[in-house]
Design a binder for this molecule. Structure first.
Ligand SMILES: Nc1ncnc2c1ncn2[C@@H]1O[C@H](COP(=O)(O)OP(=O)(O)OP(=O)(O)O)[C@@H](O)[C@H]1O
Length: 765
């Protein structure tokens, strides 16, 4: 326990800091008021200017210039306002809690105390009252134990002596807790934070980042950073702090919209959406794989991971598994690369391009253009050259068409509105020139659909080409008849405008390689959460689609909910093998923070003995396992909900699939205040939630009830991943309800890990 005068001295330091921050805040508030009035003022003047008479040519030009100038002024004023608003927010946060850490260092005999918080604050005398947690020197706070430590500077590593490390919890400008520690970041504060109730939004963890998490956050060298972390080890938290870190260190050349996070579902996106704003940063872009694919396949319906999981529950034969394994592998994508190289000397699956119900360019004509090009040209260049030729020929046709009678007739009958829409505010030196301009516009409009079809590459039938490719790709392990049947299914799907999930990345890859398109060069960083849900083929495609992006990929192979049934072996090894040329760094997180120790140890017991997983030492009740007959199960569940509601605000009932969730929801009475969560749900309410466990990925709840953990539903060894994921969503309380016969995955565990409640008549404590 620290002495009282230490507490007083530190409180005085907090008061001084808060005082100076408040002074700055007063200035900023004033500036913000001025900026707001200025913006309003300019907007008003801008509005007046546009009312100027614009019938005279000179006036109009003048007005245009004035409008442009006003627009720039408005943009500058709005920008200034935005900047001030973000400063205001940052300072307001500092007033509440100016910092969370202090380090005392001795550098060449010179003693210095540094205070670490969410943002830097420099006072009028240029003293650093608070250092941003991302400043290079702040790494000492996270990495160092007392004694000699080093931190990176632009001139290389610097050694200093760390003599004190102090942690604070400050709220409303008052120190609530304060501890000195020799650990990297001490347990006491972490205990207090982790014991809190869950929230609709994930919290930032800057005050208590752990050493291994810090390595993830501050890695700047890897092209492919792979984080394998046990459930609840802070992977998602670390990656969000990493984004904040990267934005801070690359202010001049990196914007938040040059970063993309692939997240498992929309609920998750909502859950994490407040972390970056709480650190004063803009959010990166977020997308789910399903959204990304359906955007790239505009018009077609791409099977989602969730659809497929539900279908697999009904039937998933061994041969289908083998085909899926192959199509999702790196060698399969390599075969596409090889196919594209060789196919450029053969006819491609082109479409006839129709115009007014007759082929304008036939596929034979298009293939002739394509095949007449030099054989050694890159396939993508060849395609673009073909496209250019088609456009040139269409333009030639337009040049001929403008002189035809129908065009002159059309001009004569043009309404005033149509005339104005075509001519706009253009000026012509003569009537003839105006006539020629209008004629060209009319003809171009007439051919616009055809032009768009060429421009958007509709003349390539990539689906047929994909089937052609598949015919060349049957592996020795799969009987030809089975492979042919699969190709037939792909063709039928295509007829129905459907794309199977395992075909999606390969088709896009084939299309992009053939057409030299689909690459986004502006994205600098790409983050993939729940990496085990992605196929290697999808990673190959992502790497192709974002060629300049550095990848941070995180997940847990023990939470392999979607592919455990057909995919064995080490995911990370397969991933590394797919990208042998990338500079890779692997970090492993083995300590789990989310749940109480009894919950984590129960979940851990499911995994192979050698799994490195350590529970954070937070006390809690033993998980409960209830077994009930079918008839008594609803009653048992209701009682358990009632029992948990006394303690917690959010209780999630997790089922194996959506269908079970729907049925269960229908049988619960409205008195239970239950919400059914589905794939389209965007935010999580408080109360009792029913959802399939795959939608709960990445999320956490105060209490979890695993529903129907029975021999029939969780009886296979591949169900371990599902059950482990389910159990590790709980923070404070976990109950498993078995209906009929309890799952052998549970009965085979040492009963010391849980409290067994076999009779539902028992009065629940
Ligand atoms: N250093 C830390 N300080 C405070 N809380 C932490 C820390 N690390 C993790 N946590 C907390 O632990 C919980 C789990 O973190 P997170 O969701 O980031 O883990 P994860 O590894 O992504 O989990 P999962 O794979 O199970 O979805 C969160 O409540 C998070 O706030």
């Amino acid at each position: 326990m620290l002495q009282e005068d230490t507490q007083q001295q530190e409180q005085a330091r907090v008061d001084l800091t808060v005082d100076q921050v408040n002074q700055r805040l007063t200035v900023i508030n004033q500036q913000l008021d001025n900026a707001y009035n200025e913006t309003k003022d300019i907007e008003q003047r801008y509005g007046d200017t546009t009312k100027v008479n614009i019938t005279e040519v000179d006036d109009r030009m003048e007005t245009n210039a004035a409008v442009q100038q006003q627009k720039q002024l408005v943009a500058a004023a709005v920008e200034n306002e935005k900047l001030l608003t973000s400063q205001q927010k940052r300072l307001t946060d500092l007033v509440d809690s100016p910092y969370f850490g202090r380090i005392d260092i001795n550098e060449d005999g010179e003693e210095e105390s540094l205070y670490i918080g969410t943002a830097t604050f420099i006072n009028e005398q240029d003293q650093f009252l608070v250092y941003d947690w991302r400043a290079p020197i702040a790494s000492i706070y996270y990495n160092g134990t007392l004694g000699t430590v080093s931190y990176d500077t632009p001139n290389g590593p610097v050694k200093v002596d760390l003599t004190l490390k102090r942690q604070f919890k400050i709220k409303n400008g008052q120190i609530e807790h304060l501890f000195d520690t020799n650990e990297t970041v001490g347990d006491e504060l972490l205990q207090a934070i982790l014991g809190q109730q869950s929230d609709e939004y994930m919290q930032n963890i800057v005050a208590t980042i752990q050493k291994e998490q810090n390595d993830i956050i501050r890695d700047t060298t890897a092209d492919l950073l792979i984080v394998q972390g046990v459930a609840g080890s802070g992977k998602t938290s670390a990656v969000l702090q990493r984004i904040a870190f990267l934005l801070y260190h690359s202010r001049s050349h990196l914007e938040a919209d040059q970063m993309v996070l692939f997240s498992p579902n929309r609920l998750f996106s909502h859950y994490i959406s407040e972390v970056l704003p709480s650190l004063g940063e803009k959010n990166m872009r977020q997308v789910t794989m399903a959204e990304f694919l359906s955007h790239r396949f505009s018009g077609l319906q791409v099977e989602t991971l969730f659809d497929r999981f539900e279908k697999d529950q009904a039937s998933f034969p061994e041969m289908t598994q083998a085909i899926r394994r192959f199509k999702e592998s790196a060698p399969f994508m390599q075969q596409i690369t090889d196919y594209v190289k060789q196919v450029s000397t053969q006819p491609l699956a082109f479409n006839d391009l129709y115009f007014e119900d007759r082929p304008f360019f036939t596929k034979a004509q298009i293939n002739k253009i394509y095949l007449d090009l030099p054989h050694n040209m890159r396939p993508g260049d060849k395609f673009i050259a073909t496209k250019n030729t088609l456009i040139k020929r269409l333009k030639r046709q337009i040049n001929l068409e403008v002189h035809l009678d129908w065009v002159a007739e059309k001009i004569d009958t043009l309404s005033d509105d149509d005339y104005r829409a075509i001519v706009g505010d253009r000026e012509f030196d003569s009537g003839d020139l105006e006539q020629a301009f209008i004629a060209r516009e009319i003809v171009q409009n007439y051919f616009a659909d055809l032009y768009d079809a060429i421009y958007n590459d509709y003349f390539l039938d990539v689906y047929t080409e994909y089937q052609n490719f598949l015919r060349t790709a049957c592996p020795a392990t799969i009987p030809v008849a089975v492979w042919e049947a699969m190709i037939e299914t792909v063709a039928q799907n295509n007829e129905r405008h459907l794309v199977g999930l395992s075909d999606a990345a390969p088709i896009l890859y084939l299309r992009d390689l053939l057409t030299d398109s689909g690459q986004n060069h502006s994205i600098q960083y790409l983050f993939v959460d729940e990496m085990q849900d992605y196929s290697i083929a999808q990673f190959v495609y992502l790497q192709h689609a974002f060629p300049n992006a550095k990848f941070t990929v995180l997940g847990d192979y023990a939470q392999d909910v979607f592919t455990a049934t057909y995919q064995a072996g080490n995911f990370i090894e397969r991933l590394c093998a797919a990208f042998p040329k990338l500079k890779t760094n692997q970090i492993s997180l083995t300590k789990s923070y989310r749940a109480t120790a009894p919950i984590t140890n129960f979940a851990k017991a499911l995994l192979p003995k050698e799994t490195a997983l350590q529970a954070f030492s937070r006390d809690g009740r033993l998980p409960r396992v209830i077994t009930a007959t079918k008839e008594a199960s609803l009653n048992a569940l209701t009682q358990e909900i009632f029992h948990l509601q006394k303690r917690h605000a959010t209780i999630a009932i997790l089922t194996k699939d959506q269908q079970t969730a729907r049925q269960l929801f229908a049988s619960l009475t409205p008195d239970d205040q239950v919400t059914l969560i589905s794939e389209t749900t965007r935010s999580l309410p408080k109360g009792v939630l029913v959802l399939p466990l795959y939608l709960a990925k990445g999320l956490e709840f105060d209490a979890v009830i695993g529903y129907d953990i029975s021999a029939t539903t969780f009886g296979q060894s591949s169900d371990v991943d599902l059950l482990y994921t389910l159990m590790t969503r709980a923070m404070h309380d976990l109950t498993l309800l078995g209906i009929g016969t309890l799952s052998p995955l549970i009965t085979s565990l040492d009963p010391q890990y849980y409290q067994n409640v076999t009779t539902t008549k028992e009065t629940i404590a």
